[in-house]
Ligand binder design. Structure first.
Ligand SMILES: Cc1cc2nc3c(=O)[nH]c(=O)nc-3n(C[C@H](O)[C@H](O)[C@H](O)COP(=O)(O)O)c2cc1C
Length: 198
């Protein structure tokens, strides 16, 4: 079974991260989900989803309305003793979705000061897929340099930029496009958007 890490940071667009978790679980993958502190706050603000201190896993499963036995772990971001903090842990890929510029800067600087940053650092050092879905506009030179450093280190930069050639009819369609692109780079099958000319 594939195992992916999903991190939801405090950038706008928690809906992308939650849809991604849903799709990975439905695809049959195991998911380790980490919210940064601001990620949890923005999720509450944008989605009305409140991450409880205990029972976080059940709360996410209820929010996503997926089968409760699917393999999801929700790990606190201060738990540096979790398995995904180590390169010895088998992980097939990590997606930071949405990724704040703060998170991008921390990983570009190699801080590894919490579980999400450490897991990203591990993915880069182990040469495993790290997909960052940044959401910020406009970008300043520091953002651009940090994103470039991460791309040079092997990360895939997949900006939250919905397309219009799919003729989206709803917010859901636009969320699905970005999430579908992230699934594409991870090699996870989905039917979130129609393929061009198919
Ligand atoms: C409602 C809200 C929306 C935000 N949107 C963004 C955003 O789109 N992009 C971004 O880089 N930061 C955004 N921020 C700022 C980040 O949340 C802030 O820099 C935070 O320190 C990021 O921390 P984290 O990466 O640990 O989650 C937003 C903050 C709030 C409260």
């Amino acid at each position: 079974m594939k195992h992916f890490i999903v991190v939801i940071t405090g950038a706008s667009g928690s809906a992308y991260g939650m849809r991604l978790v849903e799709q990975l679980l439905v695809s049959g993958a195991e998911v380790t989900l980490i919210f940064t502190r601001t990620g949890a706050e923005v999720s509450a603000y944008e989605l009305g989803f409140r991450l409880p201190e205990s029972g976080a896993r059940d709360a996410v499963m209820r929010f996503l309305e997926v089968r409760p036995d699917l393999p999801l772990r929700v790990i606190p971001n201060d738990d540096l003793f979790d398995a995904v903090a180590s390169g010895s842990s088998p992980v097939d890929g990590m997606i930071v979705c949405p990724a704040s510029m703060g998170f991008v800067g921390s990983v570009a600087s190699g801080l590894a000061s919490d579980l999400a940053e450490r897991a990203a650092d591990v993915m880069l050092k182990e040469r495993r897929p790290l997909v960052l879905v940044p959401r910020e506009t406009p970008l300043n030179l520091i953002h651009l340099r940090n994103l470039t450093a991460l791309a040079e280190a092997g990360a895939i930069i997949l900006p939250a930029m919905p397309a219009f050639y799919t003729r989206p009819e709803s917010l859901d369609d636009m969320v699905n496009f970005v999430v579908g692109k992230a699934l594409d780079v991870l090699g996870v099958e989905h039917e979130l958007f129609p393929r061009w000319r198919e």
